[in-house]
Structure formats: structure tokens, C-alpha cells
Design a protein around this ligand. Structure first.
Ligand SMILES: O=C(O)CCC(=O)C(=O)O
Ligand SMILES: [Fe+2]
Length: 349
């Protein structure tokens, strides 16, 4: 398997990018770094901290926010199981709009003029041709539809109810951490090994994080749909997450090597059963993963990761590739970590 990392240079604008045939096959040590010059006139959508109107428009009537809130029963279910699945967040038309943009990123022959703004882009995270998983971070900076997903009240309001273990009954202000794409092609779509998301995020503290996984195709076990291990959000090592056991995501069962006997006995994954346009919300310690896509259909999903307002950087390295560093101890905010919902917005002044 060749492990070339190809530097792509832009010499034109969208639609005129001919001859860009090479794709990324990232070396592991590159950590998905994207070394592409962004077209000069390209507008970085991370400068926009409101929905742009492609999927949704800014809410004008404060009373509207509460129509997206979860019931107490749903909140209780989340804290009991560690996840909540099957929440409709996008219409079929919205899914189509998003998939149009998605298709550009999947096309090996074309490169989007904003491609250089991805924080990470792994055309195939495992590096194996029979286990293909496209994984990327940062598409909210590049297309309006992906931008607006991060500001959808259908996901931001429920998240404000679920994200803070110190405020289980109420709502707290929340910020974008980052977004992700996970795409599995038909027949040889790859696995995502069992993991806890917070294992990848210990550089941000405290652990007040939440993941929203949005299906753009119906997910079944056959298409490589997401699975959860109920109640595994209680599995930690002195409050820390389990270690990362496979950075390529390809070794499905590698996490089992670090489980206690009791955890191993409780390891009973269930499919999320997500239908297109529906989302699941999961805890940062929830163990989840997905098997290969052997079906005839693609399995495309997008993911939004939020933090509670007040989460700070615990590193003196940039938190994401290409993002100015936030010194250790300082709160995450500014251009790359916008507020997406504040309960104050829902109360009339
Ligand atoms: O797409 C997948 O199967 C994995 C997604 C994932 O890890 C997540 O939503 O946190
Ligand atoms: Fe994950």
C-alpha cells in the first residue's frame, strides 16, 4: 500500500481545477494535515457565527428555541444509557443539500477551492484498500450547508440539556468544538474501531463534551451503522478515558485489550438504528464503533462535537491544525469555537 502524501497547489477557481488526480493517502505522522493553498477569494465560513440560511436561518422569536427541547424522559434516558438515538434533525431535502456538498469531498478527481481549510482530511484513515473510511474535520469552514449544521437548533438545544453533568436538569451555553465526516463506500467500507471520543480530546478540560452523529443514509448493521455499548459512559480510569488503542480506527476489537473483566462482561453493543436525517447524541465516554460496509449502498454521516461554554485548553499546542493556539488554562472561544446556543437567547428581554 503506497503511503504518499501529495501536496496539491491550487492554480484556479472552482470548476477550473483540472488535472488534480492525486488523492491524499496520509502518512500517519501527518495526522491528516492538509497542505493545500486556499483560493485567495475564498471566504472562510468560520468567520460567520450565525446560520447562513442554507439549512436554517437565525431564530428571531426567543420562544421558538424551546420547541426543540428534549423531554425529561429523553434526558433521563441519556444519563442512564449514555446516549440517545433516533432524533429527527434534518428533512430529506436538507439531507440532499448536504449530500451534494459531501459528494465534492468524496470525488477524487476534483478538489474544492476551500479544501485547505479542513483541520484534517484522511481519504482513507486505515490506509487499507478493502477497509476504506474517509474521515475529515472542519468542513463547517468550507460549505454553507455544513456550516449551518453546527448551528441547527434541532441539535444545539438538546445538546445544551445533555452536555453538563453538573446541570442535568437545565440548559447551559454551548460552543462548537469541531465537526467531522465519516464516509464508507459500498462493498469495501471500513470499520471504526470501538472508542470513547474523549480519549482523543484530553487536551480540553473539563470533560463537558457531547457528540451528535447525524445519518445521511439509513444505517443498519449491514451498511456499517453506528453501534453503542450501553452504560459504558461509566467506564473510566480515575476519571480519565480509556487509552487510544488504534489511531487508524481499523482494528475493530483492539479496545477489548484494555477492558477490565467486568467491562468485558458488560460489552454488549447495540445498533443505533439511525435513519437518514436522524441523529444520536452520545456521552464523551460512551464506547461506540461500527463494522464494515459490505452492502451495495454508501454510508455517509456527519458529526458535530460541542463543548460547554467554559471548557479550556490544557495544552500549549494548537488545539486543531491551522487554528491559533489558545494558551493552556485559557477558555476556548473566538473564531473557531463559536457559541451555538445560550439559554439566555431563549428568554425574552
Ligand atoms: O461513523 C462512524 O461509524 C463512527 C462515528 C463516530 O465515531 C462518532 O460519531 O463519534
Ligand atoms: Fe466517535
Amino acid at each position: 500500500m503506497s503511503r504518499l502524501f501529495c501536496k496539491l497547489i491550487f492554480k484556479g477557481v472552482a470548476g477550473k481545477m483540472e488535472g488534480v488526480k492525486e488523492q491524499y493517502v496520509n502518512k500517519e505522522h501527518e495526522k491528516g494535515r492538509v497542505d493545500v493553498t486556499v483560493a485567495e477569494d475564498f471566504h472562510d465560513l468560520s468567520l460567520e457565527h450565525q446560520p447562513l440560511g442554507t439549512l436554517c436561518s437565525p431564530i428571531k422569536d426567543p420562544a421558538q428555541w424551546s420547541s426543540y427541547a428534549l423531554s425529561q424522559e429523553q434526558v433521563d434516558q441519556y444519563w442512564r444509557d449514555g446516549y440517545l438515538s433516533g432524533i429527527r434533525v434534518l428533512t430529506d431535502e436538507q439531507c440532499e443539500l448536504i449530500l451534494n456538498d459531501y459528494q465534492i469531498f468524496l470525488d477524487k478527481e476534483k478538489v474544492h477551492p476551500g479544501h485547505g481549510l479542513f483541520y484534517e482530511f484522511h481519504r482513507n484513515q486505515s490506509g487499507l484498500s478493502d477497509n476504506v473510511l474517509l474521515h475529515a474535520l472542519g468542513q463547517w469552514r468550507i460549505t454553507k450547508a455544513f456550516h449551518d449544521i453546527c448551528f441547527l437548533p434541532q441539535i444545539s438545544v438538546p445538546s445544551s440539556q445533555l452536555i453538563d453533568p453538573d446541570n442535568k436538569g437545565g440548559q447551559v451555553p454551548i460552543r462548537l468544538w469541531h465537526d467531522q465526516l465519516f464516509s464508507k463506500p459500498p462493498k469495501h467500507g471500513g470499520v471504526v474501531a470501538w472508542h470513547q471520543d474523549y480519549s482523543y480530546w484530553t487536551r480540553t478540560k473539563p470533560m463537558k463534551h457531547l457528540t451528535i452523529h447525524i445519518a445521511l443514509d439509513d444505517q443498519t448493521p449491514e451498511t456499517g451503522g453506528l453501534h453503542f455499548v450501553p452504560e459504558s459512559h461509566r467506564w473510566s480510569r480515575n476519571g480519565n478515558p480509556l487509552p487510544i488503542t488504534d489511531a487508524t480506527f481499523g482494528d475493530m476489537e483492539s479496545l477489548k485489550k484494555v477492558l477490565t473483566e467486568e467491562e468485558f462482561a458488560q460489552f454488549k453493543p447495540v445498533p443505533s438504528g439511525l435513519k437518514r436525517g436522524h441523529a444520536s447524541f452520545h456521552h464523551p465516554l460512551m464506547v461506540h464503533g461500527s463494522y464494515a460496509n459490505k452492502s451495495e449502498r454508501p454510508r455517509r454521516a456527519c458529526v458535530v462535537n460541542y463543548i460547554a461554554d467554559g471548557v479550556w485548553s490544557d495544552t500549549n499546542e494548537p488545539l486543531l491544525n491551522g487554528v491559533p493556539l489558545i494558551e493552556k488554562g485559557n477558555k476556548m472561544e473566538g473564531q473557531f469555537f463559536p457559541l451555538v446556543f445560550d439559554p439566555k437567547w431563549a428568554s425574552p428581554v
